[in-house]
Design a protein around this ligand. Sequence first.
Ligand code: DGL
Length: 259
Amino acid sequence: MGQKKAQSIGIFDSGIGGFSILKKIHELAPDLNVYYVADNSFAPYGNKSKEQIIERSLYITEELLKFDLDLIVVACNTATGMAIDTLRETYDIPFVGVEPFVNALSKHKWKEDDKGCVITTDLMSKSERFTSLISRLDPKKHFSYVVTPNLASIIEDFFSSKNEEKLREELNKELSFVKDNSYSHLILGCTHYPLIDSYIEEVTGASTLSPCLYVANRTLSLLGREKDQSGTIKSSFQFAISTRDDVLRFVSKDFSNLP
Ligand code: DGL
């Protein structure tokens, strides 16, 4: 039998947030080739305008499409909320967004006195896609919706500095409302947040729910891979960080280095 051609996907986020989704995808399908763009030079997305995020998402998609890809994962709630409709209208390739975070809400076995809160970036909270999803799935506003404007940047900084003490201090400030309102569950509406879910749980005492597994499952199903087809195909991981000159340089990385 001849060697099967490995499938390839593109993934992007404003930074390392999309690694939370990539990790799950890689666990389920270790043979996929991955091209990942961390758009650091334009981060954070959460305080930009809708037009800026659309323009940026189009630019990154153009760059990713220089490779022979089967699908692109918009591994960012904010970019999904603002730009995925335009991306789908503009290109033929399938795009997976982060909407499946709703599954994290619906599949969880909620108890009577659980108190859930969805946390997102500022721009995500204003996304029409997000607000119409809320009115469809949570019309009675059973959950609270709170903006955590600095959290994605706090997480980016933490992964550069690895300063746990500073992280805990900043989380205590940014998430003080969780204890004040006795939330029992936080639904992580930004892909950066699951990267530090254990710290979030430690500092707030709340449990966290993340959409990553659902996004990964959706990705695999769109690739037609309900079952593991890893076999003997060797995968590669190409990673680019955007810089001011906006030339993306991809370098090979090892999946074992994901945070
Ligand atoms: N990780 C992104 C999200 O899911 C973006 C965070 C940011 O850059 O503000 O919304």
